[in-house]
Design a protein around this ligand. Structure first.
Ligand code: NAP
Length: 253
């Protein structure tokens, strides 16, 4: 028996990196998939990769920082598949690095709007539906930077700490309504996000980032997907309000 057979899984940011690895893992476990992401040139190729594992997958164009678009995306998921069993709130950006004194208001609001308000927007509509069903699982992607600071990334660090706060609060509010809410805190993972953040293009910066991890390597998106399946399935029925750290030892130092 597959772990997510016929369950409806909604994933934001599911066209790339961690979100795509989770989508493929869920499809292999038999899930129906709704992938909500910005429209990009990669839509068809990414959706083909996911559909190869399970053809019951749809793409929904959605900017998570826009409240009405997240509501429409959840409604489309339910009208297509009939329920919302698992939600992975993964969409995020790295933001422009700067010390707080040099950070522009726009740099701050862009990251907070996607990485924190975007998670609230999705959770609000996911929880409304899951409360009606008296059943559901939410997994939020935070970060090791949801636990500790990181110079030049105040916007990202604040947003990811906020995601853990949202996760713990929702877990308390819905604990008796059949809904579990957990977070995953990855270390630095080898995804297109690192290329967008110019980490992959600078060998010295990449080595510095790798060396921050006691295991002396970056994580793999598949290693986060393994934890996602663990949290999404019934094996973790007594887990809620947790933040699972997957970081090659980064936070143990
Ligand atoms: P990624 O490969 O860049 O994937 C992120 C996906 O989110 C992309 O498809 C991106 O679309 C989409 N997205 C961006 N803004 C969006 C918006 N406003 N609405 C909807 N979708 C949006 O990055 P990743 O590394 O997989 O990151 C996924 C999550 O993991 C993020 O929340 C990130 O903060 C977190 N995380 C990553 C790492 C890491 O080292 N990679 C570590 C810890 C936590 P575009 O490509 O079109 O922008």
């Amino acid at each position: 028996m597959k772990k997510l057979e016929n369950r409806t899984v909604f994933i934001t940011g599911g066209l790339s990196g961690i979100g795509k690895a989770c989508a493929i893992a869920a499809a292999k476990e038999g899930a129906n998939l709704a992938i909500a992401d910005l429209k990009s040139d990669d839509v068809t190729a990414a959706m083909d990769e996911i559909k190869k594992e399970n053809p019951k997958a749809i793409f929904i164009e959605c900017d998570v920082s826009v409240f009405a678009q997240t509501q429409a995306a959840i409604e489309k998921t339910i009208s297509t598949f009939g329920s919302l069993d698992v939600a992975l709130n993964d969409a995020g950006i790295g933001g422009k690095p700067n010390k707080i004194g040099d950070m522009t208001e726009k740099d701050w609001t862009d990251v907070i709007g996607i990485n924190l308000t975007g998670v609230f927007n999705c959770m609000k509509h996911e929880l409304t539906q899951m409360a009606k069903q008296k059943k559901g699982v939410i997994i939020n992607i935070s970060s090791i930077l949801g636990k500790v600071g990181f110079a030049t990334s105040a916007h990202y660090v604040a947003a990811k700490h906020g995601v853990i706060g949202l996760t713990e609060t929702a877990a308390l509010e819905y604990a008796t309504e059949g809904i579990r809410v957990n977070a995953i805190c990855p270390g630095f993972i080898d995804t297109p996000l690192l290329t967008k953040g110019h980490i992959n293009s600078h060998a010295d910066v990449k080595k510095h980032i790798i060396d921050l991890h006691p295991m002396k390597r970056l994580g793999k998106a598949q290693e986060i997907a393994n934890a996602f399946i663990f949290l999404a399935c019934d094996e973790t029925a007594f887990m809620s309000g947790s933040s699972i750290v997957i970081d090659g030892g980064y936070l143990a130092q």
